[in-house]
Ligand binder design. Structure first.
Ligand code: NAD
Ligand code: MLT
Length: 529
């Protein structure tokens, strides 16, 4: 069946054409829908593409039971309730690189336009006024540009500003001084940046932490006559505080591409000031950037639906094509190990430790740990658990998840070991791949074994005495249950042993009860993978 994708905001035609050309997907473009119309439309789709106009709320997602992926053609995902999507197991992906240069160029355009009053002067000339004396500007050379948020766009803005001869400083608590220095940027705390900057340009995402990052308190400490640029997100700057600072002259001018409410109402106080210049969220609006983000999100959608690959997801680790090829069989193994060991345990789950050793450690193992979680939690919570929501579901249940990289693998090229602790028990299982993709369990607790984790299984531990295995074979045979594989592991003759029996059909409860009643059995459980 074709995957149905709804494009709800305008994106470049090249992206739509790419989707239309693929036989595995069916694309529908319906832009400008009201929330109610979108709610009525969405149940039919497994993919949704938006830019920044459509608000993807928790309420909207409730009406989208089939939705698997939301693609944002652009960077900011603040118009999407990512937490609600994650809870529902929906992948949210963006195109983080596609408009970086365009946004940085727009920032520099605003910086220069603000310094030389370009929009006001244009308006005056067009109105028949030749007011050269009125538009006395300032040079930017040797001025200090304070960048708040030294990420992709912030760094590029800094580099471009250096090209104009500006001195660049930045505030970004998540970047090291060393990384900033490499960019020729001096990293400062926010108060020091406010004190030094002649221009301040914000380039953070809009989050609870960055909301009103520049507000009344900060404007009290800025260098008088500072100029402010916001080409990131409305809400990072407190608009009321900015208005006051512009009125009292603390801030000489502001260039705004984004607003808390878009479009801003015509009577918005900031729009009444001659010291404010603005554009209607044009930061990413070049033909080149729109082409890149549209093609980018279309390719990512196709990767998702056709090849099962996830790129640029903001709510789960992304895997590039090469790593995906290598990790895919390990993901199957990891999920099976989690599901297998959990089915042998009882009691509330408290802790999961996943250890990796050998060549698998060359890759990002986070997706494998998520696969283990999916295997384990899927046992309790069913098919609603997927790679997106498994970590959140574990966190919500207070389950501690530990990932370890051991590098040295004793006997295997690669080994994945899962240890599970419940309120009543603890158990581990280790597995590897035979050949390139054949999952094998090679240890259950301390017992070395070589078992195939597949289908219906009987797993038991017994005292290693003659007759136990024969009796179990007889009980299964009498119940018409065919044995497909038999794998035994023991530490020493006469001690304890573990056995995994692959069978061709499910083992009914009464057959399991008969097996459990046999002498010398420590435990017997059925496992289905
Ligand atoms: P990015 O993730 O590469 O960089 C963001 C930076 O902000 C990171 O380095 C992060 O460490 C920093 N940061 C986070 N919280 C911070 C805080 N409290 N204080 C200081 N720094 C903090 O993102 P990007 O691609 O550079 O995009 C930056 C912003 O630009 C986003 O909000 C994005 O939505 C916006 N954007 C707007 C337009 C537009 O059309 N106007 C176009 C593209 C991007
Ligand atoms: C973004 O975050 O990418 C921008 O808001 C650009 C856009 O989609 O208009």
């Amino acid at each position: 069946m074709k995957a149905r994708i709804l494009v709800a905001d305008e994106i470049a035609a090249s992206g739509i054409a790419l989707l239309e050309a693929h036989p595995a997907v069916e694309v529908t473009v319906k832009t400008g829908l009201s929330p109610a119309q979108l709610r009525a439309e969405l149940p039919h789709y497994s993919g949704l593409i938006v830019r920044s106009s459509t608000r993807v709320t928790a309420e909207l997602l409730e009406a989208a039971p089939a939705l698997k992926v939301i693609g944002r053609a652009g960077i900011g995902v603040d118009n999407i309730d990512v937490e609600a999507a994650t809870r529902r197991g929906i992948v949210v992906m963006n195109t983080p690189e596609g408009n970086t240069n365009t946004a940085a160029e727009h920032t520099i355009s605003l910086l220069l336009a603000l310094s030389r009053h370009i929009p006001q002067a244009t308006a005056a000339v067009k109105a028949g006024r030749w007011e050269r004396h009125r538009f006395l500007g300032v040079e930017v050379v040797n001025k200090v540009l304070g960048v708040i948020g030294l990420g992709r766009i912030g760094s590029l803005v800094a580099r471009k500003a250096q090209g104009l001869g500006m001195v660049t400083v930045a505030y970004d608590p998540f970047i090291s001084s060393e990384a900033a220095n490499k960019l020729g940027v001096e990293l400062l705390e926010l108060p020091a940046l406010l004190e030094r900057a002649d221009y301040i340009s914000v380039h953070t995402p809009l989050t609870a932490e960055t909301y009103h990052l520049l507000g009344r308190d900060q404007f009290k400490h800025v260098r008088p006559g500072v100029r402010i640029i916001n080409c990131a997100r409305g809400g990072i700057i407190d608009e009321a505080a900015l208005y006051e600072a512009l009125l009292n002259g603390t801030v000489a001018g502001a260039a705004l591409d984004v607003f808390e409410q878009e479009p801003p109402p015509p009577d918005h106080p900031l729009l009444q000031l001659d010291t404010v210049i603005c554009t209607p969220h044009l930061g990413a609006q070049t033909g080149e950037a729109q082409e890149r983000v549209a093609i980018g999100i279309a390719e990512q959608m196709l990767d998702f639906f056709v090849r099962g690959q996830i790129r640029n997801a903001v709510n789960m680790p992304s895997i590039d094509a090469e790593s995906y090829q290598a990790l895919q069989p390990y993901m199957t193994l990891a999920e099976k190990l989690g599901a297998f060991r959990m089915q042998l345990l009882e009691g509330g789950l408290t802790e999961i430790t996943v250890s990796y050793s050998g060549t698998v450690t060359a890759y990002d193992t986070k997706p494998l740990t998520i696969a283990v979680l999916r295997g384990i939690l899927g046992h309790f919570l069913g098919p609603q658990v997927n790679y997106v929501n498994a970590p959140l579901l574990a966190k919500e249940r207070g389950i501690r998840v530990v990932e370890r990289q051991l590098h040295d693998s004793e006997d295997y090229a690669s080994l994945v070991e899962v240890e599970i602790v419940t309120e009543r028990q603890r158990g581990s299982v280790a597995g590897t791949l035979f050949g390139k993709s054949d999952p094998r369990i090679v240890r259950i607790d301390h017992f070395p074994i070589e078992a195939i984790p597949s289908g219906h299984m009987l797993v038991f531990s017994n005292r290693d005495l003659p007759g136990v295995i024969g009796r179990i074979g007889t009980i299964l045979g009498n119940a018409q249950i065919n044995i497909a594989g038999f794998h035994l592991g023991r530490l020493a003759p006469g001690g304890l042993a573990v056995c995994v029996v692959n069978v061709d059909s499910p083992i009914p409860a009464e057959v399991l009860a008969a097996i459990r009643a046999l002498p010398n059995l420590v435990y017997a459980k059925t496992v289905t993978l």
